[in-house]
Unconditional design. Structure first.
Length: 307
C-alpha cells in the first residue's frame, strides 16, 4: 500500500479537467470564437475587392470559410453541447469531446489562415481560440490517460495549462481500497485513480474500460515518460473541501537532494524509485541510482490509506 501517493494539486486538477464547469468554459470560449469568425466573414463579404472572383479558390474566404470551415466548427459546437449534457448526467467519457476541438484547430492551422479577417475580429478570434484550445488540450490528455509524473505539479505552467487558481488550502483526499483494478481488468467505477507506483501520475479512468499501464518516470530531454509499467489503480475520494495543505507551499520547498539531511520526518518519494520510503529528520537522503548524479526526494504530505 505504501507505493500509492496522493498529490493534492494533481488530484485537484484532474477533478477540474473532468468537471462540467471546465467543459462549459471550453464550450463557451469555442462558441465565442465561432461568433467572431462568423462576424468577420459577414464584414468581409460586404466589402469584396473588385477582382475577388479572379483569385485562387483558397483565397476566397466566403467559399473556404463560409462553406467548409465554419460549417465544421458549427458541427463541433453541436457536439460540445451534447457532450456537456452527457457530462452533467455523470458520464465522464464525455470529456473526450475535447478532442474534436483540438482536431479542428490542427486542421485550421495547417490548411487555412485568418489574415482576411478585420483586425479586431482577428484579435477576438485568437483570444477565444487560445482559451478554448488550452482547455481542450487539458481535456484531451485527461481523456486518454496521458498525464506524466510532474506534469500537474512541478512542471505546471500557466502558459500551457492556464491559471492554477488554487483554493486557499487543498481538499483532503483518501484512497478507497474497495475500488482497485489491475492491468486489463474492467474499471468498476469512473473517477480519479492513483497508481501503485510513486513515479507515475494519477489518471481519470472511465468505467467499463480496461485498466491500462501507467506512464512511469520522466525524461526531461525527450519530455516523455521513461516507459510503461503494469500497476494496480485505486480510486481516490474527496473527503473534505479544505485542510489538505496550503497551495502557498510550493512543491520545490518540500524536496530534498540526496546527500543532504532529511528536513522532516515522514514518507518521501523520488521519480528515480517506484517505492515510498520513510525517513526521520536528520537522516541522510540516499542516491537511488548508481549513475545518477543526484536523486531528488519529494515529501508526501497526505495519508495514503486510513488504517
Amino acid at each position: 500500500m505504501n507505493n500509492y501517493i496522493i498529490r493534492p494539486q494533481e488530484i485537484y486538477l484532474l477533478e477540474r479537467y473532468s468537471s462540467p464547469v471546465y467543459f462549459k468554459e471550453m464550450r463557451d470560449a469555442f462558441a465565442t470564437m465561432l461568433e467572431a469568425a462568423e462576424y468577420a466573414l459577414e464584414l468581409f463579404v460586404n466589402d469584396l475587392p473588385f477582382d475577388y472572383r479572379t483569385r485562387p479558390l483558397n483565397q476566397q474566404p466566403d467559399i473556404v470559410w463560409g462553406e467548409r470551415v465554419l460549417p465544421n466548427l458549427r458541427d463541433t459546437l453541436d457536439s460540445l453541447n451534447v457532450g456537456y449534457q452527457e457530462l452533467l448526467k455523470g458520464d465522464l467519457a464525455a470529456i473526450r469531446y475535447g478532442g474534436n476541438v483540438k482536431s479542428d484547430f490542427r486542421a485550421i492551422n495547417v490548411d487555412y489562415d485568418i489574415d482576411w479577417m478585420p483586425e479586431q475580429q482577428q484579435l477576438d478570434y485568437e483570444k477565444w481560440r487560445r482559451e478554448a484550445s488550452t482547455r481542450a488540450f487539458n481535456l484531451e490528455i485527461t481523456s486518454y490517460f496521458g498525464w506524466k509524473i510532474g506534469s500537474l505539479i512541478e512542471r505546471y505552467t500557466a502558459e500551457s495549462r492556464g491559471p492554477l487558481n488554487p483554493p486557499e488550502s487543498w481538499p483532503i483526499y483518501r484512497l478507497n481500497p474497495q475500488y482497485s483494478v489491475e492491468l486489463d481488468e474492467v474499471v468498476p467505477v469512473a473517477g480519479i485513480y492513483v497508481p501503485s507506483r510513486a513515479d507515475a501520475s494519477a489518471q481519470v479512468l472511465l468505467d467499463g474500460m480496461l485498466a491500462n499501464e501507467a506512464y512511469v518516470g520522466y525524461d526531461p530531454e525527450t519530455m516523455q515518460a521513461v516507459g510503461d509499467a503494469p500497476v494496480t489503480w485505486m480510486l481516490v475520494e474527496r473527503i473534505a473541501d479544505s485542510g489538505g495543505g496550503s497551495h502557498n507551499v510550493a512543491p520545490k520547498r518540500l524536496r530534498c537532494e540526496s546527500g543532504k539531511p532529511c528536513p522532516q520526518t515522514g514518507h518521501w518519494w523520488s521519480p528515480s524509485s517506484q517505492d515510498v520510503k520513510h525517513f526521520k529528520a536528520g537522516d541522510i537522503m540516499p542516491k537511488m541510482k548508481r549513475l545518477e548524479w543526484q536523486t531528488i526526494w519529494y515529501f508526501n504530505e497526505t495519508n495514503q490509506l486510513d488504517d
